[in-house]
Write a protein that binds this ligand. Sequence first.
Ligand SMILES: [Zn+2]
Length: 207
Amino acid sequence: MTTTPEAAGPAAGASQLLKGIGKIDGDGFKDTTRKGEVVFVYAQPLPEPYAPGQYPRVGNTGYSASTQQYDFAPATVDEAREHIEARLAAAADELARAKKLTNDLGKIIHDMTVAQQAAWIEWQHGKGADAAMTWIHNGLAGPGFIPDEDEPYGKEAQAWYDANRADPFPTCFCGRPSNSLWMGKGFCSSAHYEQHRAEVEAQKKEG
Ligand SMILES: [Zn+2]
């Protein structure tokens, strides 16, 4: 096998990776390079429109590292292996954390649903509606979630829900939280929905 010393690729026996050592401190925003920082890139430079001397980073190939930021040298097989194994281990840890979080959240939602079912059973088959509300009250009081009546809409059930749900509709033109949606606009009541529709119809006739 012939070798061509001037070729940019890795030498025979080297890994396909380059190890870069940061030689500048970037602005920390567009350029996160730090002096002495170690990065690993694939040994094939990115094609145009990338400027010359830009290499794809291992694990994030759309994010280039350049010869202006780092001094590159071929990574040994051991260095490449250690880097790849560390990245995979970090990804596996993150996945395990995400799985545990999903599982924990699922249990919380499950238990809240079961408590609401118990309340419904109390209402329909047990001691009635007031006793059923004890299930709801206890579920809120434990974690400190009894709504404060001084909070906005703290005395209005529908508006409280509309204002505080995870993804509220756009606010009604009157400034109150919405519970219906039409053509991308939210409405607090059927009266305000009807009013808006009437205005739109009138504008159509004029136009
Ligand atoms: Zn309104």
